[in-house]
Write a protein that binds this ligand. Structure first.
Ligand SMILES: *Cc1c(COP(=O)(O)O)cnc(C)c1O
Length: 341
């Protein structure tokens, strides 16, 4: 099977397992795990932030980041296809009383004017006030799209000008960084809180991190414990993430090449299924046209390719370190055949 359902399906490499086995560990609820502390220090420095807090998942680091910025009964605004709006089961509302309004976009790429139209910093006593804006980079359901840096600068300036905070869902910021060459610190300086994942293309088995000021991280640490997310000898996981940053970051470019090869293969046969020139990183969203997404994933599976369904008539293919360039091409042929049949 060529498994393109997600880049979360990667398993630890031999080198990563060795690093995990050797990791020095301690009790992280006491902030005494040396491997966790070193990773938090390393990643905070990469983004130019004061502090970091390692978490089990990106959903938890998003939850804690937004918790630091938005009080109950206040809102965060984001893209209508944002992971925080669609794929976190309403956690921000269910647990922290945060409401959301969303803007529309093309392929998830944020338009500063759309943010400006929606933002309501001081809405008075009978409308909800906007306390934060959230941006996803790369944009998952948008098809792994990269937010143009100048758009981010405009939005950051807009937010600072009106006293609204800015959160980055950077689950795949690594892919944007590798594809564009924009330094991580240049992303870091635009945002108040940043969530990153080690468990996607980087290939760690578990782990994400929230990055922010020391004050916000202290607040997030207490809330993480309250939610049951305090953990003990988590250093084995921090060692995996540390190994991934050292050895498996630059190779994300290979995933981007494999996604491009997959997309070109599909588009050559079924041009209306996708625009291959829009594929920027490791995610390809394929329009299934007259076919239901579920029938396409089913038929592809019978031919040895696993895809995920993201809409009624859209499926998603994600390349990662468990998929070779050759397999990417092969999968493209299979999907083209399925769409044509
Ligand atoms: C995967 C992902 C997350 C976090 O997911 P978890 O499964 O909770 O780790 C957050 N945002 C985006 C855009 C993602 O793709």
């Amino acid at each position: 099977m060529i498994d393109l359902r997600s880049d979360t399906l990667t398993v630890p490499t031999a080198g990563m397992r060795a690093a995990m086995a050797q990791a020095p560990v301690g009790d992280d609820v006491y902030a005494e795990d040396p491997s966790v502390n070193a990773l938090q220090y390393r990643v905070a420095a990469l983004f130019g932030k004061e502090a970091g807090l390692m978490t089990t998942t990106g959903s938890l680091s998003n939850l804690l980041g937004i918790y630091c910025l938005v009080n109950p009964g206040e809102e965060i605004i984001c893209d209508m296809q944002a992971h925080i709006a669609r794929a976190e089961l309403g956690a921000h509302a269910a647990l922290h009383g945060v409401t959301m309004r969303t803007w529309e976009s093309s392929d998830g790429v944020v338009d500063a004017d759309a943010v400006e139209r929606l933002i309501a910093p001081d809405a008075g006593s009978h409308l909800v006030s906007t306390k934060a804006v959230e941006i996803e980079n790369t944009h998952n359901f948008g098809g792994g799209t990269i937010q143009p840096y100048e758009n981010l600068v405009r939005i950051s300036d807009l937010c600072r000008g009106v006293g609204v905070k800015l959160h980055l869902d950077g689950a795949r910021i690594w892919n944007a960084h590798v594809a564009t060459g924009v330094p991580l610190a240049d992303y870091g300086k635009l945002f108040d809180t940043i969530s990153v994942c080690f468990s996607k293309g980087l290939g760690a088995p578990i782990g994400s991190m929230l990055l922010s000021s020391a004050e916000n991280i202290a607040k997030a640490r207490a809330q993480r414990k309250r939610l049951g997310g305090g953990w003990r000898q988590a250093g084995v996981l921090a060692a995996a993430a540390d190994y991934a940053l050292t050895h498996q970051l630059v190779r994300l470019a290979d995933d981007h090449d494999a996604a491009a090869a997959f997309a070109a293969q599909v588009a050559a046969v079924v041009p209306e299924a996708l625009d291959a020139s829009k594929v920027q990183t490791n995610i390809v969203v394929v329009n299934t046209g007259g076919k239901l997404a579920s029938s396409v994933t089913g038929a592809a599976k019978e031919r040895g390719v696993l895809l995920s369904q993201v809409g009624r008539r859209t499926v998603r293919a994600v390349t990662h370190l468990g998929v070779t360039a050759q397999e990417g091409l092969q999968a493209g042929k299979v999907v083209a055949e399925v769409l044509q049949s």
